[in-house]
Design a protein around this ligand. Structure first.
Ligand code: FES
Length: 234
C-alpha cells in the first residue's frame, strides 16, 4: 500500500493512500470531534463536527481523503468556532438532561461538548418524543437521538440485519425500527452494535437506563410513551 505525506498543523505524518484527513489528524496526535463517525462504518460526513482546513478549503475530515503534500489545519479560533457551531446546533435540539454528567451511553457527546466549551445550557430542546423500552436488551430514548445514523450503519454494515432506520424529518429525525412498530417487534437480533456505537445515550442497555433512573424496575410507567412507535415528526 502506498503511503503519502501530509502536514497537520505543521507536523508531517505519513498515512496510507486513501486515508481520511481524520485519520491523518489522529496520526499527528490531533483529536477531532467526530459524532457521526465510527472507524468500523462507512463515513457519511453529516454532523460537520470534524471540520478542518485543507489546502485553503474547509472540509469534513472524516469524508475527505488525504492527498500527498496536503496541508491540513485543525486549530485556530475560526475552525474551532465552526466545529463548535455544528455541535451546538445538534445539542440545541436535545433536552437539558442530555448533558447530565455520567449519562449512560452519552459520554462521547459530553466529552465533545466539554472539549468545545459547550455548556449544559446549550441543550434546550423540549423533549417529549418518548421512549421505547419494549425490548429486553435495547432501550431507546428518542429525546437523546442526534440522528448521526451510526446505529443504522452498524446494524446494516456490520451486523447485516437492517433492522433499524432513520425516521422523521429535520430536527424530528430519530432512529426507529424498520418495521415501524415497537423495538421488540422489529428484526433486531440483540447484537448490541447500535448501543455500542451510540454517542449520545439514546440507545442503551435497559440496565443502564434503570441505573440512571430513566426506567422503573417494574417497567416504565411514566408518560414518556412506552413502546410508542417513532417518527412522531412525520
Ligand atoms: Fe465528520 Fe461527522 S464526523 S462530519
Amino acid at each position: 500500500m502506498t503511503r503519502i505525506r501530509v502536514e497537520v498543523d505543521g507536523t508531517a505524518v505519513t498515512v496510507e493512500e486513501g486515508a481520511s484527513l481524520l485519520a491523518a489528524a489522529r496520526a499527528a496526535g490531533v483529536g477531532l470531534p467526530a459524532l457521526c463517525h465510527d472507524d468500523r462504518l462507512t463515513p457519511v460526513g453529516s454532523c460537520r463536527a470534524c471540520l478542518v482546513g485543507a489546502d485553503g478549503r474547509t472540509v469534513a475530515a472524516c469524508v475527505t481523503p488525504a492527498a500527498d503534500g496536503m496541508r491540513v489545519e485543525t486549530g485556530g479560533e475560526e475552525l474551532r468556532g465552526l466545529r463548535r457551531d455544528a455541535v451546538e446546533l445538534i445539542v440545541s435540539a436535545l433536552p437539558p438532561r442530555a448533558l447530565t454528567p455520567g449519562l449512560p451511553g452519552g459520554q462521547e457527546l459530553a466529552r465533545v461538548c466539554g472539549e468545545l466549551g459547550i455548556g449544559p445550557g446549550a441543550a434546550r430542546g423540549a423533549g417529549g418524543r418518548g421512549r421505547d423500552d419494549s425490548h429486553p436488551y435495547v432501550h431507546l430514548d428518542r429525546d437523546l437521538c442526534i440522528a448521526c445514523g451510526r446505529c443504522v450503519r452498524m446494524c446494516a454494515e456490520v451486523q447485516g440485519t437492517f433492522a433499524i432506520t432513520m425516521s422523521g424529518r429535520g430536527a424530528e429525525t430519530v432512529v426507529a425500527p424498520g418495521t415501524g412498530g415497537a423495538w421488540a417487534d422489529s428484526d433486531c437480533v440483540a447484537c448490541g452494535g447500535c448501543v455500542d456505537t451510540c454517542p449520545s445515550g439514546a440507545l442503551t442497555e435497559p440496565g443502564q437506563a434503570l441505573a440512571a433512573g430513566l426506567l422503573t424496575a417494574a417497567g416504565d410507567t411514566g408518560t414518556a410513551g412506552t413502546g410508542q412507535a417513532a417518527g412522531t415528526g412525520q
